[in-house]
Design a protein around this ligand. Structure first.
Ligand code: ATP
Length: 447
C-alpha cells in the first residue's frame, strides 16, 4: 500500500494492546482458539456498546422518521428461499491443487495460489449461510439457517411495524444484532469473521424518490464516522461495479476505510428496490404493500439499506485512534507515549479517578469524588477508579485505553476541595473545585 494516508498502525501491536488491556481476546483461547473468532473483554464490551449507542442515538432517537426492531436470529427457512439467499448468497470458491488452501476467487488478483503459486480449481459457488436443525430430528424438514443479515427480520415485520407505529413513508426501521456468514477466508483481526454484529436500516420510500434518498443516506452515514473523529482522508465512498452488485441491488455504495493493508469496506449502502417486499409477498401470499392516502393508491415501497458492521466500526475507531508520539518526561527528556485518541462518545472509560496514593486520608475523598462522578448526569458511561502503581504509569495506562479525562485527588484536595483534571490529548492539567466538577465534565465530554 503506497498511499501516504494509509494508517501505519502495526496490527500486531494493536492486537497485543487490545489483549493486554482487555479490549479483545481470542475466543476459546485456553483450547487453542477457533479461527477468526474473538471475544470482547471489559473494555471491548464498553467500546462496542458505545458504538451501538452512538449509532442508535443518531439514526433512531435524533430522527422522527425511524423506529427500532429486535427480531430473532432463527427464522422460517422460507424467508431465505424468498429472499434469494438459499440460491444466490454465495461466494466463488477455488482450491489450490497443490497445497489445498481455499480462496475466494473474487479476492484474488492472479489465477494461481497466492501462498504456493499452485494451479487453482474451477470456481464453484459456496453458500455462506450456516445451516442448523430445529428439534431432535436432523432432516430436510427441520433445516434452519443462522441469519446472514438482519434485514430479512425487518422485511417480514414490515406490516407489523407499519400498523403498530403508524408511520408514513418515507420511514425506516433500524436493527442491531448478530449475523453469521461461513466466510471462505477470514482475517484482518476483527475485520472479517464468521460471527459478527451488524447495524442495519431498511428505509422505505416511494419508488422514484429512491435515488435522491440513497444519496442522502450515503452522506449521513459518512458523517457518522467523521463526527466521531474518524479521519476524513482515510474514508472514501466507492460505487459497486455492475458485476459486484448483490442479487437484490439496483446500486450499492461502500464506505471504505484505508486500513494498514489497504481500503476495506466498513459499510454498504444499497438500493434494494422493491425486491424483498415483493419476493416475500409472492412466496408467503401475504401482500406487503403500502397504502398512500393522499394519492389513494397502493404500491410496494422501495428500500434504501445502510448496513454497517459493529466490529468493522470498532476496528476503524481503534486503528484511526491509535497514536504513538513523543511526550515530555518530568525530568525534561522525552519518551514514547501510546495514546488511543478515541472520541469521548466511543471511549470505553470516560473518566478515571486516580488518588495520588492509597494514603488513608486520601481514600475517602477519592471515593467520594468517584461516587459523585459515577452518578453525574454529565458522564454517560463507564468510570474507573484506579489506585495501582505510580501516577505516571496510571496516566500511561489510561492514555493507552483512550480515557479522555483523568481526575487526580491529591493532598491539596483535602484543603482546597479541588481536584486536577488531565486532558488525554493535550496532557494539560487544570485545577477544578469539586463543586464545579459536574459542569466541567459535561463541557469537556460533549465534544
Ligand atoms: P465483503 O465484501 O467484505 O465480504 P459484503 O459486501 O458481503 O462484505 P455486506 O453484505 O454489505 O458485506 O454487509 C454489510 C456490512 O456488514 C459490511 O459493510 C461489514 O461492515 C459487515 N460485514 C459483512 N461481512 C462481515 C464479516 N465477515 N465480518 C465482519 N463484518 C462483516
Amino acid at each position: 500500500m503506497s498511499d501516504s494516508n494509509a494508517s501505519t498502525v502495526d496490527l500486531d501491536a494493536l492486537a497485543s494492546l487490545a489483549k493486554r488491556r482487555g479490549f479483545i481476546f481470542q475466543s476459546s483461547e485456553i483450547y487453542g482458539g477457533i479461527a477468526s473468532t474473538w471475544d470482547y473483554g471489559p473494555l471491548g464490551a464498553e467500546l462496542k456498546r458505545n458504538i451501538k449507542d452512538a449509532w442508535w442515538r443518531k439514526f433512531v432517537w435524533e430522527r422522527d422518521d425511524m423506529v427500532g426492531l429486535d427480531s430473532s436470529i432463527l427464522m422460517n427457512p422460507e424467508v431465505w428461499r424468498a429472499s434469494g439467499h438459499v440460491d444466490s448468497f454465495t461466494d466463488p470458491l477455488v482450491d489450490c491443487r497443490e497445497c489445498r488452501q481455499r480462496w475466494r476467487e473474487d479476492h484474488l488478483e492472479e489465477r494461481n495460489c497466492p501462498d504456493c503459486g499452485g494451479a487453482l480449481t474451477e470456481a464453484r459457488n459456496f453458500n455462506l449461510m450456516f445451516k442448523t436443525f430445529i428439534g431432535p430430528v436432523e432432516d430436510d424438514t427441520s433445516v434452519a439457517f443462522l441469519r446472514p443479515e438482519t434485514a430479512q427480520g425487518i422485511f417480514v415485520n414490515f406490516e407489523n411495524v407499519l400498523n403498530s407505529s403508524r408511520k408514513r413513508l418515507p420511514f425506516g426501521i433500524a436493527q442491531i444484532g448478530k449475523a453469521f456468514r461461513n466466510e471462505i477466508t477470514t482475517g484482518g483481526f476483527i475485520f472479517r469473521t464468521r460471527e459478527f454484529e451488524i447495524m442495519e436500516i431498511e428505509y422505505f420510500v416511494e419508488p422514484g424518490t429512491d435515488e435522491e434518498i440513497h444519496e442522502q443516506w450515503i452522506q449521513d452515514c459518512l458523517a457518522w464516522y467523521t463526527d466521531l473523529g474518524v479521519s476524513k482522508k482515510r474514508l472514501r465512498v466507492r460505487p459497486h461495479d455492475a458485476d459486484e452488485l448483490s442479487h437484490y441491488a439496483k446500486a450499492t455504495y461502500d464506505i471504505e476505510y484505508l486500513f494498514p493493508w489497504g481500503w476495506g469496506e466498513i459499510q454498504g449502502i444499497a438500493n434494494r428496490t422493491d425486491f424483498d417486499l415483493k419476493a416475500h409477498s409472492e412466496r408467503s401470499g401475504h401482500g406487503l404493500t403500502y397504502f398512500d392516502q393522499p394519492s389513494n393508491s397502493r404500491f410496494t415501497p422501495y428500500v434504501v439499506e445502510p448496513s454497517a458492521g459493529v466490529d468493522r466500526a470498532a476496528m476503524t475507531f481503534l486503528v484511526d485512534a491509535y497514536t504513538e508520539e513523543e511526550a515530555p518526561t518530568a525530568s525534561g527528556g522525552t519518551q514514547k507515549r501510546v495514546v488511543m485518541k478515541l472520541h469521548p462518545a466511543i471511549a470505553p472509560v470516560k473518566v478515571a479517578i486516580l488518588p495520588l496514593s492509597r494514603n488513608e486520608r486520601l481514600v475517602p475523598l477519592a471515593r467520594e469524588v468517584y461516587d459523585k462522578v459515577r452518578s453525574s448526569g454529565a458522564v454517560d458511561g463507564f468510570v474507573q477508579y484506579d489506585d495501582a502503581q505510580s501516577i505516571g504509569r496510571r496516566y500511561r495506562r489510561q492514555d493507552e485505553i483512550g480515557t479522555p479525562l483523568c481526575i487526580t485527588v491529591d493532598f491539596e484536595s483535602l484543603d482546597d476541595n479541588a481536584v486536577t483534571i488531565r486532558d488525554r490529548d493535550t496532557m494539560e492539567q487544570a485545577r477544578i473545585p469539586i463543586a464545579l466538577l459536574d459542569a466541567e465534565l459535561g463541557k469537556r465530554l460533549r465534544v
